[in-house]
Structure formats: structure tokens, C-alpha cells
Design a protein around this ligand. Structure first.
Ligand SMILES: Nc1nc2c(ncn2[C@@H]2O[C@H](COP(=O)(O)OP(=O)(O)OP(=O)(O)O)[C@@H](O)[C@H]2O)c(=O)[nH]1
Ligand SMILES: [Mg+2]
Length: 313
């Protein structure tokens, strides 16, 4: 395919897949694709879906996507594949559940692997979102298992984030406090057909009351039974309410500005880092330096500062 970016803009799904693969595998043409697509981004609304393994995130996303399709919206789905370290066997399940959607031209589903390193994944996810955005998807879901900081970073690509919890997590609710409470614009207690949904809602309400006294937006707590399609339309409605809220008070612009700024800074970091690394590692300078540092004839702080200031000359 000659011009992947142009094909993406013309609505070629095969090109869309190729573009995301280029990003995922850090192919050389990835940057050029992104440069060409960037002017066409900024139209999609991005929804983050996160929560513990097996909470029903994929099932929910599938049902929510269908609800948006009923409303005539096109939908992109990026599922961050929680391969090995977190939970196994989810990929096949996701594919099977998402299968019926792939017959629909208005939906494009893609999973992206962690391949051991979660670090670069947040950038790759953000770029994949942009590709789907440029392709013309109205709504883009990013599904990720919310267990650590890296996953929280991934969700930062979203305009509105929903945290999916399930009953019977017991003391786990304490663990949730850490990062997840802050990133949830909306909470849903999925598997509400299981015992303990009300108890969890009460606990969560208490935590949110403590957390959000002065907040403009009090994250609503929804209840869903995703596999029975219960509560789905209500969640879509709540997404719309949050969208309107942050659109109305300028928060959406603030979030997007912040995101653009961070992306720019991250890109600079990695470009400069790459440049220095290439210089210092490839000419063997690093090995000599390490010997000097080990012998305590100098220290890493001084040497790092020296290398940077030399490079900036
Ligand atoms: N009883 C019940 N089961 C559900 C509900 N929602 C999803 N499930 C089931 O829970 C299992 C896990 O659902 P997934 O959608 O794969 O969960 P996930 O959060 O995407 O899982 P990972 O991506 O592996 O973290 C599947 O067998 C679903 O059919 C629900 O509301 N009630
Ligand atoms: Mg899943």
C-alpha cells in the first residue's frame, strides 16, 4: 500500500489496521503516518473503560458500542491486551465477543499488546486513538485493566473515564482508593446480578463523599449487568452528561490542552533521550564513564549534566 495515511482518510479499513500495526511495531513509517493524520484528528470523543481483570469491561464495551451504533455513531475500540502478567486467556474471549461487531462497517475493534513493556504503550494507544479519530470514528473506547500506574497513564488518552467494579471485592475496595478513585468520572458496578452490589455502592459512595466534597462533578455510580444488556443505555446517557458537563465548564479544553502539552513534552523527552543514548552508547563512551564513576573519580550527576550541556551547545 503506497500511502497508508491517505487510504485511512478515505475510509479504508485495511489501511486503518496497517497504520495501527505500524505504530504498535514502531515501524519507520509510523511517524510519517501520524504527521499526515494529525491535522484530521480532534473530532472523536474518547471513552476510557478501566477496572480489575474480569470485571466485564469487554462485555460492557461491546454492549455500549452497540448502543452508540443504534444512535448512528461510528465506534472505534482499542482493547489493551492484558497479556501474561495480569490475566491470561482474555484475548480469545475478547475476539469472540467482539466478533459480531466486526461485521459492522461502523465499528473497528483492535487489541494492542503489552509485550512486556507497558511504558511505551500509553503513547502507542494515544496514537492508535488518533488514527481512528482521523479515520472518522465518532466515539473511541480504550479498554484497559486498571491495576497500576501505567494503565492509569493509558486512560489519560480519554475524555471521560469509567471505572468498572464488581461486587464481592471485599477489602479490595481499599486498594481501589489509590489511583482509581481519582480517574473515575463515572463508576459502574457491573455484575449487579451478583450479591453485594448495594453494599459496594454504599462503600463507594462514602469514599466519593470523602474525596469529592468540593468537586463540581460528583461521579455517578451506575449498576450494570453487561451480559444481559442491563443498564447500558443509562451508561451511554451518563457519558453524554459528563461530556456536556466538561464541555460546558471548559474542562474538556483544559484536559485536551494538558494532554497535547504532555504529548509534546514526552516526544521531546524520547527524541532527546534517543539522541543522547545513541551518542553515548554507540561510541563506547558510556563504558568508560561507568568505570570512572565506579572508581568514584566522578559521579553520574555531574557526568549526565556535562553530556547534556555539551549536546545543547
Ligand atoms: N454474571 C455476570 N457476568 C458477567 C457480566 N458482565 C460480564 N460477565 C462475564 O464475566 C466474564 C468476564 O467478562 P469480560 O468482559 O471478558 O471482562 P474483562 O473485564 O474485559 O476481562 P479482562 O479484559 O480479562 O480483564 C465473562 O464470562 C462475561 O460473560 C455481568 O454483568 N454479570
Ligand atoms: Mg477485556
Amino acid at each position: 500500500m503506497e500511502n497508508i495515511a491517505e487510504e485511512v482518510l478515505m475510509g479504508n479499513r485495511y489501511a486503518l489496521a496497517k497504520a495501527i500495526t505500524a505504530i504498535e511495531n514502531e515501524r519507520e513509517n509510523a511517524m510519517e503516518i501520524m504527521q499526515k493524520l494529525y491535522p484530521h484528528t480532534g473530532h472523536a470523543y474518547v471513552l476510557g473503560i478501566t477496572g480489575p481483570p474480569g470485571a466485564g469491561k469487554s462485555t460492557l464495551t461491546d454492549k455500549l458500542a452497540k448502543e452508540y451504533r443504534r444512535q448512528g455513531k461510528t465506534v472505534g475500540i482499542i482493547a489493551i491486551d492484558p497479556s501474561s502478567p495480569f490475566s491470561g486467556g482474555a484475548i480469545l474471549g475478547d475476539r469472540i465477543r467482539m466478533n459480531d461487531l466486526t461485521l459492522d462497517d461502523g465499528v473497528f475493534m483492535r487489541s494492542m499488546g503489552t509485550r512486556g513493556s507497558l511504558g511505551g504503550l500509553s503513547h502507542k494507544t494515544a496514537d492508535a486513538v488518533k488514527v481512528m479519530d482521523a479515520f472518522g470514528m465518532d466515539v473511541i473506547f480504550v479498554e484497559t485493566v486498571g491495576v497500576g500506574q501505567s494503565e492509569v497513564d493509558i486512560v489519560k488518552a480519554a475524555d471521560t473515564t469509567m471505572v468498572v467494579l464488581i461486587p464481592g471485592m471485599g477489602d479490595d475496595i481499599q486498594a481501589i482508593k489509590a489511583g482509581i478513585l481519582e480517574i473515575g468520572d463515572i463508576f459502574t458496578i457491573n455484575k449487579a446480578d451478583h450479591d453485594g452490589a448495594d453494599k459496594l455502592a454504599t462503600e463507594l459512595n462514602m469514599m466519593l463523599d470523602l474525596d469529592g466534597v468540593m468537586k463540581e462533578w460528583r461521579p455517578p455510580i451506575m449498576k450494570t449487568i453487561a451480559n444481559q444488556n442491563i443498564g447500558i443505555a443509562e451508561v451511554v446517557e451518563t457519558f453524554g452528561k459528563h461530556h456536556n458537563h466538561i464541555d460546558g465548564n471548559g474542562q474538556l479544553t483544559v484536559r485536551r490542552t494538558e494532554r497535547t502539552k504532555n504529548e509534546m513534552l514526552d516526544l521531546l523527552d524520547s527524541r532527546i533521550g534517543e539522541h543522547i543514548r545513541r551518542n553515548v552508547v554507540e561510541n563506547g563512551k558510556i563504558d568508560k564513564l561507568v568505570e570512572e564513576i565506579k572508581a568514584r573519580r566522578t559521579d553520574p550527576y555531574t557526568e549526565a549534566a556535562k553530556i547534556v550541556s555539551e549536546m545543547l551547545k
